[in-house]
Design a protein around this ligand. Sequence first.
Ligand code: ATP
Ligand code: MG
Length: 409
Amino acid sequence: MSATVATVTGLDIGSSQITAVIAEWDDDAFKIVGVGRAPSTGLRRGVIVHLDRTVNAVRKALDEAELMAGVPHDAIHVNISGDHVRSLNSRGVVAVSRGGGPISDTDVDRVLRAARAVSVPPDRDVIHVLPSEFVVDEQGGIRDPIGMIGSRLEVEVHIVTAATLAVSNIHHCIEEIGYRPASITLSTLAAADSVLSDRDREMGVAVIDVGSGLTDVAVYLDDALRHTATIAVGGRNITNDLAIGLRTPIDAAEEIKLTAGAARSEMVADRGPVDVPGVGDQEARLVSPRVVASIIEPRLEEIFMMAKREIDKAPIADMLAAGAVLTGGGAGIPGATDLAERILDLPVRTGRPLNVAGMMDRVMGPADAVALGLIARADDVAPTSRRRDGEGFFHRLSSRIGEVLSEFL
Ligand SMILES: Nc1ncnc2c1ncn2[C@@H]1O[C@H](COP(=O)(O)OP(=O)(O)OP(=O)(O)O)[C@@H](O)[C@H]1O
Ligand SMILES: [Mg+2]
């Protein structure tokens, strides 16, 4: 873990855009002081495939954020995603060292190490070990076992692993600009930390981040992460569908999606026709916005159906009382929440960033949730003062444990 620093930077390396957000700790919240963005052309479905292009885009986004902030960026917290990411649940059991005595920090470290001792192939790195429940002797559902009396300590954890190559490329990319990443976090965990309240996590909630090349899903219940998944379909597929369906170049299709797109054709009944440029020397045409929506709808429906399949893998899918929260650029499609409600059969809302202040007009969009969440998770700014009272226990514990485990990961 890095030493206490003056600013923290959330760096979202996305398939369509790199976003850098610089924040300062200000009394009781992170205050955004700089935002920089650069188009991303060096990733395929969340994974860096072209290092130079990615380094240049990262540098551009960081420079822009720094210029706006008027202070240098410091600790860089970065995301990871891609369909190479896997997650599994594991358990660890240890005898409490002072049998029958109070459980200590060391016992918790030992049991977490035991749970982490699953066989991970040599080409994969463990990126998160997140406890969901402790069991002391026969009593389960314990959140903080430290100080409790018992002789047997058990823990259930959610382990997230990623391809070593993908992790190394993120390291390379940040090292190329002269830094080391302060942390690497799964994109959905960061998005969740930006838009979920403790109550959401407690009640049960799914976060669905509809990006460009990927849709990431995370499911929480009882303040613990239960399931994570990455689906290799996103907004880029919608653009491709529009390009093919309307016979227009990709750039034009993207523009049409952003300016005239909707998830349901009833929503655009009263709008005028859309200008659709032709491919090559073909002439531009006017197309009804209903046609545009009728191309977007089935693809978005497919994305939410795949997300539902993942949510249903968590054996608690029918207990998600706080519903689902959409983040990522794809959440900006008008009508996306209605469509998601219909498919998921859950209350759905668009994620709004919590826990940060300043420049919110520049970072309010659902696509900024990952960069803002990386900041919300950062624990290297004034660590003694920045913790909020209401912050979830497992969140705090996992960041503490992260420190302990960092030497092993
Ligand atoms: N208002 C909007 N309406 C429709 N689509 C949008 C809107 N805003 C952004 N998008 C789409 O969202 C996608 C970009 O989202 P985001 O920035 O979350 O992706 P990313 O993080 O770059 O990619 P990934 O997470 O897949 O690596 C693009 O496909 C873009 O066209
Ligand atoms: Mg993204």
